[in-house]
Ligand binder design. Structure first.
Ligand code: ZN
Length: 130
């Protein structure tokens, strides 16, 4: 007999609570230790539509004005991390591909996201879509 625990939406082979879940809520809320972990948790937040988390982890200088717009009917299908480079103590970038489906059509977003650490917390700054 085996118990099936759903894996984390970010695609890591870990249960949600031990992966992105601990940053999205609970004692480690907002405390992703690396830009990569933050990126994964933000992807999971998109899939779960946890808008408060998306705003809280967005740098104030580039953060959009609420409410957050989710494309109606869009389904996130998976995340693939291509690169993670920390350029100094408080700056890093993460390159990824996020796949989604909207109205029966598959979409592929490739982005290089920039992250900055302020007050010990990693924040999403901006991204370049390629
Ligand atoms: Zn995860």
């Amino acid at each position: 007999m085996s118990i099936s625990i759903p894996p984390c939406p970010c695609g890591a082979a870990l249960p949600y609570a031990g992966c992105c879940g601990r940053f999205l809520a609970g004692p480690q809320h907002l405390m992703a230790p690396t830009a990569e972990a933050l990126m994964r948790s933000r992807y999971s937040a998109y899939t779960l539509q946890l808008d408060d988390y998306l705003f809280a982890t967005w740098h104030p200088s580039t953060r959009p004005t609420p409410p957050f717009h989710h494309e109606p009917g869009l389904r996130w299908l998976g995340l693939q991390l291509l690169a993670h480079e920390q350029t100094d103590a408080d700056h890093a970038h993460v390159e990824f591909v996020a796949r989604s489906k909207l109205a029966g059509r598959a979409h592929r977003l490739r982005e290089r996201s920039h992250f900055v650490r302020e007050g010990g917390l990693w924040l999403y700054l901006n991204g370049v879509v390629s």
